[in-house]
Design a protein around this ligand. Structure first.
Ligand code: C2E
Ligand code: MG
Ligand code: MG
Length: 650
């Protein structure tokens, strides 16, 4: 018999039933059967309960599952929607990006490029693969203004956003591009820095255009040399450096002599060509490291750093003069041009740029005064001169109102008959302490400081008043000539001023003559022609003064309605011994006559000069021999004298 279930065994034992017992008690057996049956029932019940609870659990699970599924479906559809929206916006973004020149970039926490949108290649020709993994700053082809780099680096170091940082860089194929980027830092949830992302744009075109503009603002477009702006900036920097290191340097102020003449006579194209050639010569005559700039017109400057020895500077300056003085061929003609150089030294001759330049300029003027083609260092004498000029200028301003100006008159004599055909009015300044100051000592200054126009106006009025006074006193004065300076001639009020003087003193325009030098006419020939034609139409006589010292072309002067030329006294002084002067004087007289012009010889001091002039056919003479410039009363006395043939005046 198989072993019994221990529970059954126990029941049997409790009921006193032995399995092996062969005479079982019926009652106990029934009891056993009952208990077994109850045990089954209980088991059934338990199983039912278990099954029921299982049932319930699985129903709950199903419900739960259904919710989860619904949630998941919802999520799925949302994800799908979002993905589509994202794709749409990405599409929008990329189509926008493809339309613009912009691209998107990303950098990792080590600032290495980790991503570029396609745009970069299209815009710059740089393949993203070439950049991925590189740090921008590691590229030595990178360039930007130092301040911009500092500002950009400060942003990046501080993990801050930056905008519009522009830098230049050279593509692998050597082509230069300019790129402008803006970016912002990226942080993860825990706040740690993950890198940067931002946008980039190729700004090569606009940057190159900007640079061009900048260059134009710094360089002279004619000669390619640095211009005044750039020079002044460089001078400031050089002064700062010299101050820091206690070093010295020199500024050369260079002016071409008589450039204006060439420019006026040959035209602006020729003038430009001359300036270009001179610029190249100056550039070539000094070290690469020396700055050569054009300040404007025919003014150049050279800045020599680390040079202070006067002998060395003088050698360099003479080298520059030699370079300027090489013959130059323009429009097929060969010319010799000279220059004048003024030298200012830092720190001795000026502590700041303006002072240093002013002093170098003053030295240059002195060099010009001393005969051109010259070098002059700034000295304290110049400072004295400047101070004196200032004094003269202030005093001159009062001279007019205080009535310190007066006119002297010098006769112009008809050589053949000895008759006085005209007088020249020459201004004098009766200075309270200096006595009679000749015009050479104040007219150039008045011209420079803009005082010449009121002075000239006074001369015109005074000359007309004198004509009236002589007439009122019973004399019949010859025409009176006044000298017109450049600024006065350029002044719009000239014709009006003359008209006023004529009517105020009841003087006929034919009683007045104007003397103008060639250079006054040549500085603006078109305007000069107009003004002279107006004067001519009024009846005013016109003489060309100091003929031979400027352009000296009578056929050119023919374009202007002049009646006379005055041969400069520098030629007359050579007569009769100097063969050249004689030949020139002869030629001028002959040519002037062929053009219908009267000829006046200036500065006739000797009878021999007068005799030769007479022989050469000169019409009139003016000079100490025939009468010095004299006060009005003295001239009036001369008007009463009977004329004597001038040639026998001695
Ligand atoms: P300029 O018009 O050529 O005047 C002639 C100058 O030569 C005068 O000098 C006169 O004194 C001088 N002179 C005359 N004869 C002789 C001579 O035989 N020998 C020498 N060595 N010199 C002689 P000044 O009066 O000193 O005038 C000098 C210049 O000043 C004038 O030259 C003229 O350019 C200018 N000037 C004079 N008055 C005026 C004026 O009212 N207005 C303007 N704008 N300039 C004036
Ligand atoms: Mg004159
Ligand atoms: Mg003269």
């Amino acid at each position: 018999m198989p072993p019994l279930h221990p529970l059954l065994k126990r029941q049997l034992k409790r009921l006193g039933l032995e399995v092996e017992c062969d005479a079982p008690d019926a009652e106990r057996w029934r009891e056993l059967v009952r208990r077994v049956s109850r045990a089954y029932e209980e088991h059934d019940q338990e199983r039912y309960l278990l099954e029921r609870s299982q049932d319930l659990a699985s129903q709950e699970m199903a419900a739960l599952y259904a919710t989860v599924r619904a949630d998941r479906d919802l999520l799925d559809s949302r994800v799908r929607e979002r993905t589509e929206a994202l794709a749409l916006s990405e599409g929008r973004l990329s189509s926008l990006l493809s339309l613009s020149a912009d691209w998107i970039w990303e950098q990792d926490a080590e600032l290495r490029f980790s991503y570029f949108s396609d745009g970069i290649e299209a815009a710059t020709g740089i393949a993203p693969t070439w950049l991925i993994g590189k740090q921008r700053m590691s590229s030595d082809a990178f360039d930007a203004p130092a301040e911009a780099i500092v500002a950009y680096e400060a942003c990046v170091d501080g993990r801050k956003a930056f905008r519009d940082f522009t830098y230049g860089f050279t593509r692998p194929d050597g082509v230069r591009r300019f790129i402008r980027i803006s970016g912002e830092p990226v942080f993860d949830d825990s706040g740690s820095f993950r890198g940067y992302r931002g946008v980039g744009r190729d700004v090569t075109q606009s940057t190159v255009a900007e640079q061009k503009v900048h260059e134009l603002a710094r360089f002279d477009s004619l000669t390619g040399l640095p211009n005044r702006n750039m020079f002044l900036g460089e001078l400031d920097r050089t002064i700062a450096r010299a101050r820091r290191h206690a070093t010295a340097f020199a500024v050369f102020f260079i002016d071409l002599d008589r450039f204006k003449n060439i420019n006026d006579t040959l035209g602006h194209d020729a003038g430009d060509e001359l300036l270009k050639t001179m610029a190249a010569r100056l550039r070539g005559a000094v070290r690469e490291s020396d700055l050569v700039a054009r300040l404007g017109g025919d003014e150049f400057v050279v800045l020599l750093e680390g040079e202070a020895d006067a002998a060395d500077l003088s050698t360099i300056a003479h080298k520059l003069l030699a370079a300027i003085g090489e013959p130059i061929t323009i429009q097929g003609c060969s010319f010799l041009v000279t220059g004048s150089i003024g030298i200012g030294l830092y720190p001795g001759d000026g502590e700041d740029a303006a002072e240093l330049l002013k002093h170098a300029d003053a030295a240059m003027y002195l060099a010009k005064d001393r005969g051109k083609n010259n070098v002059q260092f700034y000295t304290s004498d110049l400072a004295e001169l400047a101070a004196r000029q200032f004094e003269v200028e202030s005093a001159l301003r009062f001279a007019l109102t205080r009535g310190e100006l007066l006119l002297h008159f010098q006769p112009k004599i008809d050589i053949a008959s000895g008759r006085m055909l005209g007088v020249e009015a020459l201004v004098r300044w009766n200075h309270p302490t200096r006595g009679l100051v000749p015009p050479g000592d104040f007219i150039p200054l008045a011209e420079e400081r803009g005082l010449i126009v009121p002075i000239g106006r006074w001369v015109i009025q005074a000359a007309c008043r004198q004509i009236r006074d002589w007439r009122d006193a019973g004399f019949s004065p010859p025409p009176v000539a006044v000298n017109l300076s450049a600024r006065q001639f350029a002044n719009d009020r000239l014709i009006g001023d003359l008209g006023d003087a004529f009517s105020r003193y009841d003087v006929a325009p034919g009683q007045l003559e104007v003397e103008l030098t060639e250079s006054v006419l040549m500085s603006d020939p078109e305007r000069a022609k107009q003004v002279l034609e107006q004067l001519h139409a009024m009846g005013v006589k016109i003489s060309i003064d100091d003929f031979g010292t400027g352009y000296s072309s009578l056929s050119y002067l023919k374009r202007f309605p002049a009646q006379a030329v005055k041969i400069d006294r520098s030629f007359i002084s050579g007569l009769p011994s100097d063969g050249d002067d004689t030949a020139i004087t002869h030629a001028v007289i002959a040519m002037a006559h062929s053009l219908g012009l009267n000829v006046v010889a200036e500065g006739v001091e000797t009878a021999a000069q007068l005799a030769l002039l007479h022989k050469l056919g000169c019409d009139e003479a003016q000079g100490f021999l025939l009468g010095r410039p004299m006060p009005a009363a003295d001239l009036a006395a001369r008007l009463t004298m009977a004329p004597r043939p001038a040639v026998h005046a001695t």
